[in-house]
Ligand binder design. Structure first.
Ligand code: ATP
Ligand code: MG
Length: 438
């Protein structure tokens, strides 16, 4: 691409709403990844990775046609080499269920699974809302009882505690079963039709496609109307109420406070019975950090043998932002133990050999490489060594090399410097590092 006026090459930017993870933020993400690995291991969840691209039908059928995601947020395209209809995954669950069915994973019994990775939704980018974002999610497939609903919620609570998040609230609701929702839906339609003039454009459309979703509306002018709408909880039968009560009971036994939010319906079509979200007031409009629930109908709907399931997904960007606001991001740890300085030529050769030996011994080492491929003064190299966060500098100049020595300089403590024999350089570094960590 060239700028026509001065024929200069112009730069190409990233796609809007899709962000680079810069080195300065990498450690926070790695920390989160570690905590998530420990969490899933603690509860016996196994990792499953699906591709980033799926057949569009996976989400049309899995997420549901009358949802925000399928209606307007999917990156769908035709593979022009074979005409297949494909979609960049907007969420994890439908793809996980596709993989579970395709690979017969619950043939022999229930499975606890987890996943993580980028998701894609064509939304208006703003704080906490991106077009490529990252989710971590868990799915427990083949379990029918309220115990597993409680287990996955406990995992969430443990995670927030582990990450030091402050002010995260659990909201919970029951969507009952399809026949109960159908009765509620009829009552909802009657109610909203009586007040059709007060419905905004989105809600008028939803009245025909998915009236339950009107309850989800954030439009302030519709709130009073929504407050007065028939509540789904009043339409639940005995079995649904029993399941809901049992989940709450198990949460109570574990001291997990929750608020029943009768308007919590979740944006996706596949849920039944328990649904829940974790919300915070600390992140402005994008206050939901995670959400999920039971989705017993989904596996059969995706072409598998009917089996119950439940799970939740969290937005990693929002969780990291909340960690930042809560002051619980870990301090950054220096990248290396030793920084190696030299003067090019034979000293570079010696430094390269020693650097490899250090790494063989498990010592993280950065070797100075002059940007111009020549060499640089020790003064400017020492600045880089200081900035690297290394504990020690190992210096090999021509004088040192003549004596088969190197200078070992303490960068964090006293600044002390001592000559060490090249042959013993690795041992000297190990001793120094052990000494300084005592
Ligand atoms: P919202 O109501 O904020 O649009 P959602 O109901 O569409 O959220 P889910 O499909 O339940 O979200 O996804 C689970 C989590 O993923 C959300 O709670 C949120 O933390 C995160 N998330 C969803 N969409 C985005 C996005 N565009 N950018 C960043 N995070 C997102
Ligand atoms: Mg959304």
């Amino acid at each position: 691409m060239t700028d026509s006026k001065n024929n200069k090459l112009t730069k190409i930017n990233a796609v809007r709403g899709m962000n680079d993870l810069l080195p300065a933020d990498a450690q926070a993400w790695q920390h989160l990844d570690h905590v998530l690995q420990d969490l899933t291991r603690a509860y016996g969840y196994e990792y499953l990775r699906t591709p980033i691209v799926e057949m569009t039908a996976v989400f049309q059928r899995g997420v549901g046609e009358a949802t925000d995601i399928v209606e307007k947020e999917m990156y769908s395209f035709e593979d022009r080499l074979n005409g297949e209809q494909l979609t960049l995954r907007p969420e994890g669950t439908a793809a996980i269920v596709r993989a579970v069915i395709e690979n017969n994973l619950i043939y022999e019994g229930p499975k606890r699974l987890w996943y993580t990775g980028p998701m894609f939704r064509h939304e208006r980018p703003q704080r906490g809302r991106y077009r490529q974002f990252h989710q971590f999610g868990i799915e427990a497939l083949g379990f029918a009882g309220p115990d597993i609903d409680a287990e996955i919620i406990l995992m969430g609570q443990r995670l927030w505690d582990e990450l030091g998040l402050k002010g995260v609230r659990l909201e919970i609701n029951s969507l009952g079963q399809a026949d109960e929702r159908a009765q509620h839906r009829a009552a909802l339609v009657t109610y909203f039709e009586q007040h059709k003039d007060k419905l905004d454009e989105d809600s008028q459309r939803r009245l025909l496609t998915n009236p339950l979703r009107i309850l989800d509306s954030k439009n302030p002018e519709m709130q009073a109307l929504i407050e007065g709408a028939p509540k789904l909880l009043d339409f639940l039968g005995e079995a649904s109420l029993k399941h809901f009560a049992a989940v709450q009971d198990l949460l109570k036994a574990n001291n997990i406070p929750c608020k029943i939010n009768p308007r919590l319906v979740r944006g996706l079509d596949y849920y039944n019975l328990t649904v829940f979200e974790w919300v915070t007031d600390e992140l402005g409009a994008q206050g939901t950090i995670a959400g999920g629930g039971r989705y017993d109908p989904l596996i059969e709907r995706m072409g598998g043998k009917a089996a119950p399931a439940c799970g939740w997904a969290m937005g990693m960007e929002r969780v990291l932002e909340l960690m930042k606001v809560s002051g619980s991001l870990p301090e950054s740890i220096p990248q290396c133990d030793v920084y190696m300085l030299h003067q090019g030529g034979e000293t570079l050769k010696a430094a390269l050999v020693i650097a490899e030996r250090l790494r063989n011994a498990g010592i993280d080492t950065i070797l100075f490489c002059p940007p111009d491929g020549e060499s640089a003064s020790f003064k400017s190299q020492m600045k880089k060594a200081d900035a690297s966060g290394a504990a020690y500098a190992l210096i090999i100049g021509p004088d040192e090399l003549n004596k088969n020595e190197a200078q070992l300089k303490d960068l964090r403590g006293t600044g002390e410097q001592q000559a060490v024999a090249l042959e013993q350089a690795v041992e000297a570094v190990i001793n120094a590092l052990v000494g300084s960590s005592e």
